[in-house]
Each structure stands twice: as structure tokens, then as C-alpha cells.
Write a protein that binds this ligand. Structure first.
Ligand code: FES
Ligand code: FE2
Length: 354
């Protein structure tokens, strides 16, 4: 990694921080919340495609509530609110998959993967509304990269961006079955913010220096480059889908991340580690494998600690300062936060805290 203390100055970080400082709140942290954020809008990982067989149904917690996840006999996946629009039974407890429908255990009403009521097995007149619209909340679902992904929007708006092509997961010539999951007691924004917080790489992780960073934002995409090409990342949406590629001696390895907001203060980080196929026993293969060990923090002779060993100590205990006290050596934190705000739909009082 390039060791440089010549950080590009975050364009507006210091001036904005000065202008917005709230001295009373700096001195008194009791009024600060750990996680004041709502669940952001975006595409999110639900589960691995191969873990949900046709006819299977389970209850999961995601986006700060319970859902019923099921796969119909034809392979279609549904992710719906668990409580039946009829008399409110929880369909994850005693419900089942019937053909391509979710069947409620209480009176056997049935719903499709879009939330339309397709079957009321008794009574002469069904409620007219069931012919006109879906009556059970169901999230848009896609299966890509071997994952089931759902679009979450608190007001049920349809997707505003497409899932990206991820070469490391979708192209020929890539390999790697290593993956991992870690749970952090914080919100997804706090975790994603680490991508631009280059100072912590030196002081928390013990990297030899503070590397330079550039970060750019375009719509729902963040691109960053740390250490002049050593770490290059792309984040799609609110940190829900992303890649981080480490390159050394011309060899790269990529971490594909798919992070889940379980509740407002609990986030599951999931990662797959991939590299291009190199001949068995080659130098390139050894470098790629070492880079992957390095990402997790398990490489031999490491001088710096991977996220597994140090980031959680901070994430699990910190509070969010929406008016932080920054210095000119910090990465472009405020620019990141400004970009991230687009993923929240919330009332003014909430938006003022984040
Ligand atoms: S409560 Fe679900 S069918 Fe009656
Ligand atoms: Fe970190």
C-alpha cells in the first residue's frame, strides 16, 4: 500500500463542519442516538438462491420487521408481509406453499408472489378489491449472483436502479468459494462510511500510513480509490451491494459484499471472495489468495489488522454524530453522508438527525 500522508483535502469537510458545529451536543452526548437512521431504500440480499428449495417457506427478519420468504413449485420467490390480510394469522407459523402460492394456515386463503389474493376457498362473494390489486405487501425480487435480492422502499415505490453486472460473480474465468458473514450492532450507513474514513486505516487497523483517497459519486453509485489503485471499490445503493478490489504486483482479488439491514441497529455483512483463475501453484494464484487472507485479516506476517478484529469494537459501541468534529486529515466523510441521504425516506425530524 502506498504510504502517504499527503491526503487530498476533503473539499468541504472542514468548512462545513465548522459552520454546523453544535457545541452543546459536542459536550453532552446523552441526546445522541446510536442509530437514528431509518432503513434505507435499495436492493438487498435476502438469502442464497440454493438455500431455498421449491415448496420451502420460512420466516425471516429483515428491514426491521418479519417477512415470509417462500419459493413456489415453478421456482418463483416471494417475500411478503407475514400477517394475512383476512384475519391476521402469521403465515410463517403453520402456513405452506401450495403450487406457486403462499397458503395461510387459518382459512387457507392463498397469495401469489406479488401479494395478490388468488384463492378464497369458501364463501360466494370474494372481497372485490382482491380482483383489483395486491392486498398483501410483497417486495420485488430478483435472483442474481446466486443470491435472492429484494427491493425495499418504506412507501412501496418500485425500483429506481438496476442490479449491476458484477464480473467477479457473473463472468467466466473467476473462482473462489470462500465467503463469510458477520453481524454488527450498528446501522448500514455507519459500516459503509468506513470506505472513505482513511485515517482509521492507520490508527485502528495499524496500517503503516494514511493512504490517499479519491471518491466519486454518480446517482446511486459510489466509486473510491485508496492508495493509488491498491484498493478500488464500487458501492451500489446504500452499501447494500458492492465490490472492493485489492491489487498487488498486477494481481487482483475482489470482495463482493451484500449487506443486510436486519433491524435499525443490527446489520449483517456478507462477503464472497473471488479472484481470476490462475494456473495451480502459480505466483499469481499465491498472491491472489494472500490478498483474500489480507482482506479478512488472516494473512501471515500482516502488519495491519483486518476488519474482523478491530472494526466491530468501534461499530458496536459508537454513537452517530451528525455534526462531527472533523480535521483536514479525515477522508471525505461529509461528502459521503450527503450522497447517502438520497437513500432515506423519512419525516423532517428524522432527517435532521442523520
Ligand atoms: S387469517 Fe389467513 S386465511 Fe384467515
Ligand atoms: Fe475498518
Amino acid at each position: 500500500m502506498a504510504n502517504s500522508n499527503d491526503l487530498p483535502q476533503p473539499p468541504s469537510a472542514v468548512t462545513a463542519a465548522k459552520a454546523d458545529l453544535n457545541l452543546a451536543q459536542l459536550l453532552e452526548s446523552k441526546s445522541l442516538e446510536r442509530c437514528p437512521f431509518p432503513i434505507p431504500v435499495g436492493w438487498f440480499f435476502v438469502d442464497f438462491s440454493d438455500s431455498l428449495k421449491a415448496g420451502e417457506l420460512r420466516t425471516i427478519t429483515l428491514f426491521d420487521q418479519e417477512w415470509v420468504l417462500f419459493r413456489g413449485e415453478s421456482g418463483k420467490v416471494g417475500l411478503t408481509d407475514p400477517f394475512c390480510p383476512h384475519l391476521g394469522a402469521h403465515m410463517g407459523h403453520g402456513g405452506c406453499v401450495s403450487g406457486d402460492h403462499l397458503r395461510c394456515p387459518f382459512h387457507h386463503w392463498e397469495y401469489d408472489t406479488e401479494g395478490w389474493c388468488k384463492q378464497v376457498p369458501y364463501g360466494k362473494v370474494a372481497p372485490p378489491i382482491i380482483k383489483k390489486q395486491a392486498v398483501l405487501r410483497a417486495l420485488p425480487i430478483q435472483e442474481r449472483y446466486g443470491l435472492i435480492l429484494a427491493w425495499f422502499h418504506p412507501q412501496h415505490e418500485p425500483p429506481t436502479w438496476e442490479l449491476p453486472h458484477i464480473a467477479a460473480m457473473e463472468d467466466e474465468g473467476w473462482t473462489g468459494s470462500r465467503r463469510g458473514s458477520w453481524t454488527a450492532s450498528t446501522a448500514i450507513q455507519e459500516i459503509t462510511e468506513n470506505s472513505v474514513d482513511v485515517a482509521h486505516l492507520k490508527f485502528l487497523h495499524g496500517a503503516p500510513g494514511i493512504p490517499p483517497i479519491t471518491a466519486e459519486y454518480e446517482g446511486h453509485i459510489q466509486r473510491f480509490n485508496i492508495g493509488n489503485g491498491y484498493i478500488v471499490g464500487e458501492t451500489f445503493g446504500p452499501g447494500s451491494i458492492g465490490t472492493v478490489t485489492f491489487t498487488q504486483e498486477g494481481v487482483s482479488a475482489t470482495l463482493f459484499s451484500y449487506t443486510q439491514p436486519i433491524t435499525r441497529d443490527k446489520t449483517q455483512m456478507n462477503m464472497s471472495f473471488r479472484h481470476q483463475v490462475y494456473p495451480e501453484g502459480s505466483r499469481e494464484q499465491a498472491i491472489a489468495r494472500k490478498l483474500i487472507d489480507h482482506m479478512i485479516g488472516a494473512a501471515e506476517g500482516e502488519t495491519s489488522a483486518g476488519f474482523e478484529s478491530v472494526d466491530f469494537i468501534v461499530w458496536n459501541n459508537k454513537k452517530y454524530r451528525h455534526k462531527p468534529l472533523l480535521c483536514d486529515g479525515d477522508g471525505p466523510v461529509l461528502q459521503f453522508r450527503k450522497w447517502f441521504r438520497q437513500f432515506y425516506v423519512a419525516d423532517d425530524a428524522t432527517m435532521r438527525k442523520i
